[in-house]
Write a protein that binds this ligand. Structure first.
Ligand code: FAD
Length: 408
């Protein structure tokens, strides 16, 4: 068993977690660590195949260690100790992540680990603990608040060969944790506003073979044509991300390779491009993360720009905090005791707002740095100075590793 043993048990209605994305799975394991059993309901019947979220930051590496899973992540992940800032013609400086050890990081590096494999490790760990507590192919459609408990309605998602919806099922739960992504059904059901808007920025990205592979660290190019990022990923490839003027609905490898060449003088091999796509970015936040016995976690509660790779990590930080809060509620006897009183607000529901604000601010800054500007030389000079001075360089390393967040 990969996860440390805890005192789970007692014959009570189990907590339901909706969504087996990276945050739902992580939430379920964090609850297990606190001695609380839950059931996950997921509408998909197949695992995801895309590698969306790649970066795992030091605070989350510690949490994976506590879950007993870090060694599995390290086996396949790529450890990144530093990043290079460049302007396409010359190096502007280096960000050394190992300096975050001074601000207390036990694992002072970023681990590059694709989201599909992250989900696979978390899923297997949970299945090892509770082989029957993860229900794939079940869509949660609504819930009813009965005061001292909730009733959750779901149905089995029909396979393509079936055309009938199966009957709705009902499950009782003391609390419901919605990790059902940015278009959360449960958030809508609860009438919780999701405020935010799209940014004007758009990006294209592609995976190409990397002739130099591991020796070359991640690069962030601040060029006059806009941001370019490049970092090593699994299978001896490199991911390239570029800021685009307009959203490209069908980017082509040759176009992407040429755009990279124009900005930084490197031309990845377009014929061997194994993935290419475009994405727009947005920021959203739920007006509140708790409504009596319903909690929103992960993208259901907040979306930040993926530039800087913080979204999933932010969801994990929230899930970790909520697991601690749920344990406290359980210890106080408010979770399972019949009471018409609403569940008290938790630390996750109140204090975690400061963390979301800070992460969103950092993501916003990352994007601004990558935009085209008339005063590009000034921006480059600013970055050069920041990286030259040890104190500011260390501060920048902290920002890029999700260190020093106002977590309680
Ligand atoms: C291009 C890109 C790059 C990114 N890079 C990074 C990165 O490097 N680092 C990082 O930290 N983050 C990154 N992110 C963000 C990260 O991918 C998301 O924050 C993360 O996937 C959110 O996880 P989640 O579990 O909250 O939601 P999701 O991944 O959306 O999972 C939600 C799950 O709920 C299920 N579900 C939905 N509705 C229901 C229902 N009614 N009933 C049952 N199941 C349901 C869905 O099928 C899904 O499996 C990136 C995002 C993008 C787009």
């Amino acid at each position: 068993m990969a996860v440390p043993k805890s005192q789970v048990g007692e014959n009570k209605a189990r907590i339901i977690v909706v969504g087996a994305g990276p945050v739902g799975l992580f939430q379920a394991l964090s609850l297990y660590l606190k001695g609380i059993e839950c059931v996950i309901m997921e509408k998909r019947s197949e695992a995801i195949s895309d590698t969306r979220s790649l970066g795992i930051h030091p605070p989350c590496l510690v949490m994976l260690e506590e879950l007993g899973l870090l060694s599995q992540f390290l086996k396949k992940g790529i450890r990144v100790d530093k990043g290079i800032a460049h302007n396409g013609r010359k190096k502007l400086g280096e960000i050394n992540f190992s300096t975050t050890q001074r601000s207390g990081q036990k694992h002072p590096y970023i681990l590059i680990h694709p989201q599909n494999e992250t989900e696979a490790i978390l899923k297997n760990a949970f299945k090892e603990l509770y082989p029957h507590n993860i229900k794939y192919g079940y869509e949660v459609t609504s819930y009813r608040d009965n005061g001292d408990h909730l009733v959750v309605y779901s149905h089995k998602v029909p396979h393509s060969t079936e055309n009938q919806l199966t009957d709705s099922q009902e499950h009782r739960t003391p609390i419901l944790i919605a990790c059902d992504g940015k278009n959360s059904t449960l958030r809508s059901m609860a009438g919780i506003p999701y405020r935010g808007s799209p940014y004007p920025d758009s990006y294209a990205m592609g995976d190409f073979p990397d002739p130099e592979y591991l020796p070359s660290p991640p690069f962030v190019y601040i060029t006059s044509e806009g941001l370019v990022e490049s970092f090593p990923i699994a299978d001896q490839k490199r991911r390239w991300v570029i800021k685009t003027e307009h959203y490209q609905s069908k980017p082509q490898p040759k176009w992407l390779s040429e755009a990279i060449y124009k900005r930084v003088g490197e031309r990845p091999n377009a014929d061997s491009c194994s993935m290419i796509s475009s994405f727009g970015v947005q920021h959203h936040r739920a007006a509140f993360r708790q409504k009596n016995r319903l909690f929103l976690v992960g993208d259901a509660a907040h979306v930040v720009s993926p530039i800087g790779g913080q979204g999933m990590n932010l969801g994990w930080l929230g899930a970790w905090q909520l697991a601690k809060d749920v344990k406290k509620l359980n210890n106080k006897g408010v979770l399972y005791e019949p009471s018409e009183n609403p569940i008290p607000l938790t630390s996750y529901s109140t204090n975690f707002d400061a963390v979301v604000t800070e992460v969103a601010r950092r993501a916003h800054w990352n994007m601004r740095m990558g935009r085209k500007s008339k005063l590009q030389w000034l921006k480059q000079l600013f970055i050069q100075i920041l990286l030259y001075i040890p104190v500011s360089s260390r501060k920048l390393a902290e920002r890029f590793t999700m260190s020093n967040l106002p977590t309680k």
